[in-house]
Design a protein around this ligand. Structure first.
Ligand SMILES: Cc1cc2nc3c(=O)[nH]c(=O)nc-3n(C[C@H](O)[C@H](O)[C@H](O)COP(=O)(O)OP(=O)(O)OC[C@H]3O[C@@H](n4cnc5c(N)ncnc54)[C@H](O)[C@@H]3O)c2cc1C
Length: 390
């Protein structure tokens, strides 16, 4: 039996892990459009999070299994046809992740396009993604406003607040370190719709900001003192900082200021206008908006789309109207999923795939897949995982 996985991010690679272990006689082939594998583990996770990025060593070990072959630099739909995969493999699993970051509000057409960037694109630049374009990076910026109250927003805030030398030590590309050093940033606003008790920050993610030298963390006591909600650990940290988060309200050095219950309306004249239910319309200084409000799933042409989620239309991972085709991870609409969430989703999908394969009376012997690989000029699979794990 032969199984194709499209995409080598955490969802695809954990699927490969489960399937190669559960089905030792099966051949699993992973196709990745980029020259380097592991998706957002390599190109999304913050460069200063060495622990999380170290997961790539586990993936390197999985990649060496005898019943797994990885083909890097092979885009399905570009270098190899999706329909051909469906014919040559018993099962095809789409794990294509996200296509781009989402924006909370559209950009003002009168502003330069670099004044509004997604965290997704910014982190691509920090991580040296082959498609990253340093021209997307904003010019000199005194105040930046990050929209979103989750851990990706904290990653962006922390990376911007770090001294440039720290970024250089974490392997951030030189051009981006130089951009960071010349940015002139003084204040970062973290703006979200929910109140202080209902953010998606982790307490650990907030506390990491305490390790950034000289960073003032500015939380208005009025926002947190009476707040309740579902995320009490994060609220506790915000309460601890309220009024005295590492320095005075104004002063030298970089500051991060939290804003709650703010619905962004428009960005104009270096100001973000927000609607605040208790304080009415407000203006927040923002030369640049950075959107950390999720992402849009990557759906290949010819694959059905769920109009509600924009992700691949599926039931329990089985793609609608395409027997033998499955979807997992962000391509399946796992909107807020973390790497651990991708692992859980991959395990659940592997069970579905295995159950379906066990019901089939005829399974392929792999010769059609072999012919397809050769006909596409992919004879020598990328068996050696990359040497560096950054
Ligand atoms: C900026 C950012 C930071 C994050 N930080 C963390 C963190 O610190 N901790 C955490 O737990 N989670 C983090 N996440 C979330 C985590 O990255 C995702 O949960 C996870 O990567 C989703 O895995 P995936 O495999 O679905 O998608 P991806 O990681 O996007 O992988 C999809 C892969 O498919 C490939 N692909 C796409 N189309 C094709 C095609 N046609 N042919 C072949 N290959 C294709 C892509 O090149 C990519 O390699 C972060 C996310 C972002 C955006």
């Amino acid at each position: 039996m032969v199984i194709a996985i499209v995409g080598s991010g955490p969802a695809g690679f954990y699927c490969a892990d489960f399937l190669t272990r559960a089905l030792p006689d099966a051949q699993v082939h992973v196709f990745e459009r980029l020259p380097q594998p592991y998706g957002l583990l390599r190109y999304g996770v913050a460069p200063d999070h060495a622990g999380t990025r170290g997961l790539s060593r586990l993936f390197d070990r999985i990649a060496r299994r005898a019943n797994l072959r990885c083909f890097a630099n092979v885009g399905v739909g570009a270098d190899i046809a999706f329909e051909d995969l469906r014919v040559a493999y018993d099962a095809v699993i789409l794990a294509t992740g996200a296509a781009c970051g989402a924006k909370a509000i559209s950009s003002d057409p009168d502003l330069p396009s670099s004044s509004s960037i997604t965290a997704f694109d910014l982190l691509r630049c920090f991580n040296g993604h082959p498609d990253a374009d340093a021209r997307q990076l904003p010019g000199r910026t005194q105040a930046a406003c990050i929209i979103g109250h989750g851990n990706v927003a904290l990653d962006v805030a922390r990376l911007l607040a770090h001294p440039s030398e720290t970024l250089a030590r974490c392997g951030v590309p030189r051009a981006v370190v130089e951009w960071h050093a010349g940015l002139g940033l003084q204040e970062i606003h973290l703006c979200g719709r929910g109140h202080a008790g209902n953010t998606r920050f982790s307490a650990a993610g907030l506390e990491e900001l305490e390790n950034v030298d000289g960073l003032r963390r500015l939380v208005d006591p009025a926002d947190v003192s009476m707040a309740e909600g579902s995320n009490l650990p994060a609220l506790e940290v915000l309460r601890r900082w309220a009024g005295h988060g590492g320095g005075a309200d104004s002063g030298p050095g970089m500051a991060i200021r939290w804003h709650f219950e703010c619905a962004p309306l428009r960005h104009r004249d270096r100001v973000l206008v927000v609607r605040d239910p208790s304080r009415g319309m407000r203006e927040i200084a923002a030369d640049v908006l950075i959107h950390a409000v999720g992402q849009r799933p990557a759906v290949m042409p010819g694959v059905p789309v769920d109009p509600q989620t924009g992700a691949v239309a599926h039931r329990n991972g089985r793609v609608d109207g395409m027997p033998g085709t499955y979807v997992v991870g962000w391509a399946a609409g796992g909107r807020n999923e973390s790497i651990a969430g991708s692992r859980a989703a991959a395990g659940a999908l592997a069970e579905v795939v295995i159950a379906d394969l066990r019901q089939r009376s005829v399974l392929l012997d792999g010769r059609a897949a072999e012919r397809l690989i050769l006909s596409c000029g992919l004879g020598s699979p990328d068996r050696e995982p990359p040497a560096e794990n950054g």
